[in-house]
Every structure is written in structure tokens, then in C-alpha cells.
Design a protein around this ligand. Structure first.
Ligand code: NAP
Length: 275
């Protein structure tokens, strides 16, 4: 039976198996989507073993392998030079005679992030992003593609943040986590783990934001993070982390199983995941 899986360390918390199972069942497709813990030391051996497994369609990749896995695939596409982090590996069995199985890589996080805000006209706008880790790379790359004019990047380590701003050719500034928000901000994104279960909350004073500002938290556990709760209390539009999670999974699902998932069932999927 064809199968895909998510790998990482730790991986027990991943919601991806439940998302893909929901879609496989909804479409009546034969297939499995599992979770496999893979340590950093074991990553090369895992990839080498799966490469020769004809049932394996590929995998999603999460912390801490999104950068290391780029060196283990045959074709990292443009990911290395664009986002610089990979979250999906695909096995292509039908290469030219004698070429063997090819592994190609891509990143569905950026498109998954961008989809829920596709209707906002962000061209020429000012966005503030919190965090400069792996997820922030996908967020900043997507914002550059959406034509955002200026980014304020809030991060604990300013040098790391400045490096990402320069990598993505973004204009703007790097500020500490306690800097006040500017009233010009059209979109505020939390792309850090702050607010996630077991992490300190993200504490921001949202009062400078205009009533049209949108607050987007990519953290999905819990679904209502402190910053989203504060935004809702101010009647600001919000986007939660499940939107991005489902969006990036949908792109990977089609690549693994050859059919688009039934996105008209998103409400039922969200209910299933929150149950
Ligand atoms: P990561 O690489 O570990 O993020 C590190 C970033 O967070 C760095 O900028 C780091 O600051 C900052 N940070 C971490 N702990 C901090 C603390 N205690 N105080 C201040 N800053 C802190 O993680 P990631 O892969 O980017 O993921 C970030 C979050 O996004 C996670 O909660 C993850 O679950 C979520 N996520 C969601 C989706 C989705 O589909 N919804 C997809 C990917 C990730 P320094 O630079 O100073 O170290």
C-alpha cells in the first residue's frame, strides 16, 4: 500500500497523520500516512532506506531536519536558494532507465502560510513578524513574494534576524521583542514558538494597531494563543495556526497521493483535529 509519513524528533505531537488520514478516508483512497521518529544521527540512514522502498511516496520533515535534509535529496529544487528549509521529500520512481529512484524536495510551508491571507492586498504594506527560526524563513519568503513593502522583524537575537532580512531582500528593521508595535502594521505574524504549550507566552501590546490590522499566529497548540485572544478582544481579524498547517498538508497530500484533498471539508477536519 502506498504510504507517506512525517519525520522529526520529537514527532509524537504531530497532527499531520490525523489530517492525511481524514483526507484518505474522505476520498476512499488506499494509503497510509504515519509518523516516524528520526534522530539527527539517523537521518541519512532513514533517507537511504526509504529511497529503495517502492511503497514510500515521501515524507514531511519537521524539527530538527528541515535544513539537513536538503543535502540528502537528489534535487532540492530552488529551495536551498529561496527559503533555505525543506519540509517535503518526494520519491520519483520513474526516472530515466538506470537512473534509479530520485528524491526531490520542496517546501509547502510558505504556500500554506500565504493561502489564508491571499485575499488581503499586502502589496506596499507594512508587516511585523516575530521570530527568525525555520518557520519564519517560510513566512518572510512568502511576505516578500506578496509584495510587502516593509517588515519589522522582532527577535531575541538581532543578528539572526538581520541575516534573514538580508537573505530575503526585505526592507525594514530588526527590533527586540519588547519594542512597541507601529500603527502602520497591516499584518502581525507570530512565527516563533512563543505562546505554544510549554513555552512562555508572546506578550505584545496590540493597542497601537489599527482596526483593519490582521493578527496571524502560526502556533496551533493551543489553537487560541494569548496573542490571538488579545486580538479577538480588540475585534481584530485573526488567522490561527491550523490554517497554515492544513494548507501545507494539502499541497503535500496531492504530491504524495496524486489527488487534491477535499478542502470543502475543512470545517469538519478542524472539528476532528480539535476533538
Ligand atoms: P524554531 O526554529 O525553534 O524558532 C526559533 C525562533 O523562536 C527563534 O527566532 C528564537 O529566537 C525564537 N525563540 C524561541 N524560544 C524563545 C524564547 N523563549 N524567547 C524568545 N524567543 C524565542 O521553531 P520554528 O520551526 O521556526 O517554529 C516556530 C513555531 O511555529 C512553532 O510553534 C511551530 O510549531 C510553529 N509552526 C507552525 C506551522 C504551521 O503549519 N502552523 C509550521 C511550522 C512551524 P532566537 O533567534 O533569539 O533564538
Amino acid at each position: 500500500m502506498p504510504y507517506a509519513e512525517v519525520i522529526g524528533d520529537p514527532i509524537a505531537q504531530s497532527k499531520s497523520p490525523r489530517i492525511h488520514r481524514f483526507w484518505l478516508d474522505a476520498l476512499g483512497l488506499d494509503g497510509e500516512y504515519g509518523r516516524t521518529p528520526v534522530t539527527t544521527a539517523d537521518l541519512p540512514a532513514y533517507i537511504a532506506e526509504r529511497r529503495d522502498d517502492p511503497a514510500w511516496r515521501g515524507c514531511n520533515v519537521t524539527i530538527p531536519h528541515k535544513i539537513a535534509v536538503m543535502d540528502l535529496v537528489d534535487d532540492p529544487g530552488g529551495v536551498r536558494n529561496s527559503i533555505g528549509a525543506m519540509n517535503t521529500v518526494l520519491r520519483q520512481p520513474d526516472g530515466p532507465e538506470g537512473a534509479g529512484n530520485r528524491l526531490i524536495g520542496t517546501n509547502t510551508d510558505a504556500a500554506g502560510f500565504a493561502a489564508p491571507i491571499a485575499d488581503l492586498d499586502l502589496a506596499g504594506q507594512h508587516a511585523t513578524v516575530v521570530g527568525a527560526g525555520g518557520a519564519a524563513r517560510a513566512v518572510l519568503w512568502a511576505l516578500a513574494r506578496l509584495g510587502v513593502e516593509r517588515v519589522t522583524l522582532m527577535n531575541r537575537s538581532p543578528l539572526k534576524a538581520a541575516g534573514l532580512m538580508s537573505r530575503f531582500g526585505l526592507k525594514g528593521d530588526v527590533v527586540p521583542l519588547d519594542a512597541p508595535l507601529a500603527p502602520t502594521v497591516a499584518l502581525l505574524v507570530n512565527a516563533s514558538p512563543l505562546g505554544m504549550s510549554g513555552q512562555p507566552p508572546l506578550v505584545l501590546d496590540l493597542s497601537p494597531l489599527s482596526e483593519d490590522a490582521v493578527v496571524y499566529d502560526i502556533v496551533y497548540a493551543p489553537l487560541e494563543t494569548p496573542v490571538l485572544a488579545a486580538a479577538r478582544a480588540r475585534h481584530l481579524a485573526t488567522v490561527d495556526g491550523l490554517e497554515m498547517l492544513i494548507g501545507q498538508a494539502a499541497l503535500a497530500f496531492e504530491l504524495f497521493f496524486g489527488k487534491p484533498p477535499p478542502r470543502d471539508q475543512d470545517a469538519a477536519l478542524r472539528e476532528h483535529l480539535n476533538a
